[in-house]
Design a protein around this ligand. Structure first.
Ligand code: BG6
Length: 533
């Protein structure tokens, strides 16, 4: 079960040593999608097999399979790369290949190229079976051995569990029983688990014990796909590569921080997963608290996994809940309404949802951070489905100037300075500040200064899953939360969830609106408003 710790560069060397028609580096160099000015060594995966459990799920079709193709298209997969699907379907290799092909055609970010697809297709295999079927896992082990011999994948396997958490124990146990979790010398075995990592602190702990029974911590990659987003990583660049913002990034200058993840979609076909989970467990426990950690943490001594995680853990540990949860949290449930010109049903009328469900589809909470940098600065987090539009952003709102040498009329409509990280869509950063309105009077009003990825960079940003799948194959863990972060986040959320269970039905809000009135009231009590998006 030992994990050979190797820097990404090792993977490059190994990749180029694989027997095959061309080395990965040659493939990468010949790839038209690579920027020829980029002189750095590409981070390329070494020889390996990705085993995907849950191949017919939405995530596999919309994100994982297209991301694998996109990596291939960018020349970042080794020539012998193989993809093995495992599912309860009476399928042959070609059936899984067809599903992959269709998913790639429909959802890949980069253009479809026949030669890239053909190379990927050669490595696609399918193993049919139930998770409880020993024979099927024995067949999987045998298939992997054959792939190693045929394609030079060296016994390096990543097992991606894109399955509901109730199946984690049985799959992990099968991987342990068959010896697939144990890496022979010189090879690696890794397991990738998708959120939700449990539904509270206790279950997260149990889930971890199960995973740890087969894989060492260093081989466990917990996916929080927000950390794979360029704009999220850019929070660290913004803060720690510049001298402009960090001096004012503290309680002396910041009034409050708003972290918003608004979605216009409803729950779609995910009733089975979503009901009973709700907005806070679905995205606040992971995505939004990770954003909070990146915004509020101290600078790490480096960006290696242990240094980065240490700083995130410190700040998560310092998070404090307000004393009165009834005044400082709010939850809602979408009712029928209009979205994008279409009439849509309410949550309680969605297929698979019982008419008395108390699951929230909107959640807003106020948190504080008990440390020298942030004492007294509220962090407001909100998320919801079926809101006005899809937008995720982090807004650092600054205090008003201590003195304004203008007449009251001149600055009547001047707001507070703000720095907004636009996570998506329209990725970029906005700085809002006051400026003189042209004319003979000294009238000052808000203007914005914008940085847009699309204007400053030629390349389009990779999808989060491209980055994260590549990191798994390379064995580079900084963008994957550690179990301690997962547990600290549940510690923050558990008391709120417990409180909400005593509160009955969440407040309804019309689809297409900006959430329940209680959420605005929560801000108004603090003399603040949610940003209009
Ligand atoms: C997932 C949640 O983690 O993130 C979904 O389970 C949500 O409910 C999704 O829709 C949103 O991801 P993104 O990348 O589109 O913001």
């Amino acid at each position: 079960m030992s994990e050979p710790a190797g820097p990404p560069e090792e993977a490059v060397a190994v990749a180029s040593a694989v027997a095959g028609t061309s080395t990965t580096l040659e493939v990468a160099a010949a790839n038209p999608l690579r920027d020829p000015r980029d002189k750095r060594l590409p981070r390329v995966a070494g020889p390996c097999v990705m085993v995907l459990f849950g191949v017919t799920g939405d995530l596999a079709k919309r994100k994982l399979l297209p991301a694998i193709y996109d990596l291939g298209n960018r020349g970042l997969l080794p020539p012998g790369f193989s993809l093995v699907g495992f599912a309860r379907r009476d399928w042959k290799d070609q059936d899984f290949a067809k599903l992959t092909h269709d998913a790639v055609k429909a959802h890949a970010r980069t253009p479809f190229r026949e030669e890239v697809w053909n190379q990927l297709r050669e490595g696609i295999h399918f193993v049919p079976g139930e998770f409880s079927d020993d024979g099927a896992f024995d067949a999987l082990a045998m298939a992997l051995r054959e792939i190693d011999e045929l394609r030079g994948t060296g016994g390096n396997y990543a097992f991606y569990l894109s399955v509901p958490p109730k199946f984690f124990p049985v799959v992990v146990e099968q991987l342990r029983r068959t010896g697939l979790a144990d890496a022979p010398d010189g090879s690696w075995r890794r397991v990738v688990i998708e959120k939700p990592f449990g539904h509270d602190l206790k279950s997260a702990h149990e889930l971890n014990e199960i995973t740890n029974s087969a894989f060492p911590e260093s081989s466990i990659f917990r996916i929080d796909h927000y950390l794979g987003k360029e704009t999220v990583q850019n929070i660290m660049a913004l803060r720690f590569a510049n001298n402009l913002y960090e001096p004012i990034w503290n309680r002396s200058f910041v009034d409050h921080v708003q972290i918003t993840m608004a979605e216009d979609i409803g729950i779609g076909g995910r009733a089975g997963y979503y009901d009973g989970i709700g907005a806070a467990r679905d995205v606040i426990q992971n995505h939004l608290l990770q954003l909070l950690a990146l915004v509020a943490m101290e600078d790490p001594t480096s960006f290696d996994a242990s240094a980065l995680r240490r700083e995130k853990e410190k700040v998560l540990k310092a998070v404090r809940l307000p004393a009165d949860l009834s005044l400082n949290t709010s939850r809602g449930q979408y009712a029928a309404g209009w979205q994008g010109g279409q009439k849509v049903v309410g949550y309680l009328q969605e297929d698979g949802i019982s008419t008395d469900s108390t699951t929230e589809t909107y959640a807003a909470i106020k948190l504080e951070i008990a440390n020298r940098r942030w004492a007294g600065v509220p962090f407001y987090l909100r998320t919801g489905k079926r809101l006005g539009r899809r937008v995720t952003e982090v807004a650092v709102v600054f205090q008003r100037a201590p003195h304004l040498p203008f007449s009251k009329d001149d600055t009547e409509i001047l707001g507070q300075n703000a720095l907004v990280v636009r996570v998506q869509p329209d990725e970029g950063i906005t700085v809002r500040f006051g400026s003189k309105v042209p004319g003979t009077a000294m009238e000052v009003r808000d203007v914005s200064m914008d940085f847009a990825y699309g204007e400053s960079f030629l390349e389009s940003s990779p999808e989060a899953y491209e980055r994260l799948l590549l990191d798994v194959m390379i064995g580079d863990p900084p963008l994957f939360p550690h179990q301690r972060e997962v547990e600290l986040s549940w510690q923050i959320l558990d008391p709120i969830e417990e409180f909400w269970t005593t509160q009955g039905q969440p407040e309804p809000y019309p689809s297409g609106s900006w959430g329940p009135p209680a959420s605005d009231a929560m801000m108004a009590r603090d003399g603040r408003v949610w940003r209009r998006l």
